[in-house]
Ligand binder design. Structure first.
Ligand SMILES: [Zn+2]
Length: 139
């Protein structure tokens, strides 16, 4: 038995929904309670929820949010470049001048929401590599 707190564990007896976690995370709220702020800054996860005390810092988002942001923004930017024929007749310099800031803004704008949703998925699936360190349950 440890003296560490019981946190995002598989044996806390509650039912979790991936969809609920995604919705709460996409709002940049704690996936556990939906009230506390998920991020302490732009992308830094608040280690412990101020509202419910859930250990959100256990969820390691890693490259998931970046992958899905690239997937989303890539489709939003590249698809019109390929599908809209008038863009092909524009100057490449003009496409770069317009496209790069648009791509950067879309990426930076979407990333916190996608990271929040990703952490919500991790919460809903109980995919926290630190869980086993915080439970009393032997594995
Ligand atoms: Zn909370």
């Amino acid at each position: 038995m440890t003296n560490l707190p019981l946190a995002a564990t598989a044996d806390d007896g509650e039912t979790r929904s991936v969809w609920t976690g995604m919705k709460r995370g996409m709002k940049r709220r704690c996936p556990h309670c939906g009230e506390g702020k998920l991020f302490a800054g732009y992308l830094k996860v608040e280690p412990v929820c101020a509202a419910c005390g859930h250990a959100n810092g256990l969820y390691r988002a890693d490259d998931g949010p970046a992958y899905f942001t690239i997937l989303l923004v890539g489709h939003l930017i590249v698809a019109p470049l390929l599908a809209l024929s008038f863009i092909a007749s524009m100057s490449p310099i003009l496409i770069i001048v317009l496209g790069l800031p648009l791509t950067a803004a879309a990426t930076l704008g979407a990333l916190p929401y996608i990271k929040g949703a990703w952490i919500g998925v991790l919460w809903g699936t109980r995919a926290s590599p630190g869980d086993e360190m915080l439970t009393d349950k032997p594995y």
